[in-house]
Design a binder for this molecule. Structure first.
Ligand SMILES: Cc1ncc(COP(=O)(O)O)c(C=O)c1O
Length: 412
């Protein structure tokens, strides 16, 4: 395990950070992190070790099963702590954010009546739109919270005008995976609660960059994908105790309704993935510069990630702003109002042309609608071409950004 000895000032050294990630040893620049992040070796090792030692079913009395059961329980507790959810709700683990939101929408479908309403933000990834829209078939009214194409935001006034006494849920992203802007979850949640409804917040594009704090924001439901946060291919859905209460999860009939999260975890979850999640601890401790295993460590680790990412993001944004033919899609804030997810279109070149030229240079970026189809339609962005998206996280380097800029300079 790499040591902390080469810390510079208060931030960990970027080269030491990179030495935790075997994939980053190559020349390839991973700049498509919003699609999925790389994992530290400790995570991959833990999955490997778990599969070769404790790969058994949970709940039996022999020692491997006792260890496996504890690992799965500890992973839930760790994610609860990561989301600052301890004591206020529960975390369901599952395959993906898409799968978890389908489970949630279907559970609500059993308790809602025809005419009940759901509001979906136009900025959503389809994962937090489609599962709700499917409920139209049974008489649930779906309303769209429109994006303002001039500001790329869904504003509070238009949300307020959509709310009625039948509104049950407002579903929106904390950060759009295409726009990159951080929205004021707390203010939206307060507005929604004043109308007696609940929020379902998609935190997938936020979670790789900042610490989640469901207690501070007061949200009812919050979901993210762990494979974008340096972990295995899984996802986590937080719900407050009060939000779970009326719902019955889809797991087998003989599992009691109040066995949460198990009632919402269909069959089994990935046990080896749970071992991988837990193995993030030493990496977070390293980033935070402490041996402590507590919430403070998680917060400090994400503060370090944010500080490391900021200069890279700003360099790229200011370069793109300097190109007259480039139109940034999203706020692209050079402060803390956006994360390192930067999208643009070009006046003369198509997104696919640009990315095809970058692909040959050992740099990974992508183009497309990013599954934010409703958003692209609202912004009149061609769905086949979409945007060019560059997505950074803390382990990227200024050299990688300069390489990308040099490539753009030739191509654009
Ligand atoms: C903002 C956002 N929400 C949801 C998803 C879907 O996540 P999953 O692949 O875990 O279903 C993604 C995936 O890219 C995303 O970026």
């Amino acid at each position: 395990m790499p040591s902390q000895s080469s810390r510079e000032g208060t931030l960990p050294d970027r080269e030491v950070i990179r030495s935790w990630f075997p994939a980053l040893a190559s020349e390839f620049a991973f700049l498509e992190n919003a699609g999925g992040s790389q994992v530290p070796r400790v995570v991959a090792d833990a999955i490997h070790d778990y599969m070769l030692s404790d790969y058994v079913q949970l709940g039996a009395g022999y020692s491997q099963s006792i260890r496996a059961t504890a690992s799965v329980a500890d992973a839930h507790a760790f994610i609860e702590l990561s989301m600052n959810a301890t004591g206020i709700g529960k975390v369901v683990l599952g395959n993906s954010t898409t799968a978890l939101l389908h489970i949630l929408a279907n559970a609500y479908a059993e308790v809602w009546e025809s005419g009940d309403e759901v509001i979906i933000a136009e900025t959503n990834h389809e994962a937090n739109a489609g599962p709700w829209v499917k409920l139209e078939k049974q008489g649930i009214v779906i309303k769209t919270w429109p994006v303002n194409p001039a500001t790329f935001q869904c504003d509070l006034e238009s949300l307020e005008s959509l709310m009625t006494e039948r509104t049950k849920i407002v579903a929106f992203p904390h950060v759009s995976n295409l726009l990159g802007e951080v929205v004021d979850v707390k203010a939206i949640t307060e507005l929604v609660h004043r109308h007696g409804a609940k929020v379902v917040v998609d935190g997938v594009a936020y979670a790789p960059h900042r610490a989640i704090d469901v207690a501070e924001w007061g949200v009812d439901w919050y979901v993210y994908s762990t494979y974008k946060v340096y972990g295995p291919h899984m996802a986590a859905l937080f719900g407050t105790f009060d939000s779970f209460e009326p719902l019955t999860g889809p797991n087998h009939f003989f599992i009691p309704k109040d066995f949460v999260p198990y009632k919402f975890e269909l069959g089994s979850i990935s046990h080896e993935g749970c071992a991988g999640l837990l193995a993030l601890w030493p990496y977070l401790q390293f980033l935070a510069g402490t041996e402590d295993k507590n919430r403070h460590t998680i917060v400090k680790a994400f503060e370090a990630m944010e500080a490391l990412e900021l200069p890279l993001k700003n360099r790229l944004i200011s370069y793109l702003r300097s190109k007259a033919a480039v139109r940034l899609i999203g706020l692209a804030d050079e402060g803390d109002q956006s994360v390192g997810t930067i999208s643009f279109v070009h006046e003369r070149m198509t997104s696919s042309e640009i990315v095809a030229k970058i692909d040959t240079r050992a740099i990974g970026i992508r183009y497309g609608h990013m599954y934010a189809v409703r958003l692209c339609e609202a912004l009149e962005i061609d769905l086949a071409e979409g945007v060019v998206r560059v997505s950074l996280v803390h382990y990227n380097t200024m050299d990688e950004i300069e390489r990308l800029i040099a490539a753009f300079e030739e191509i654009l």
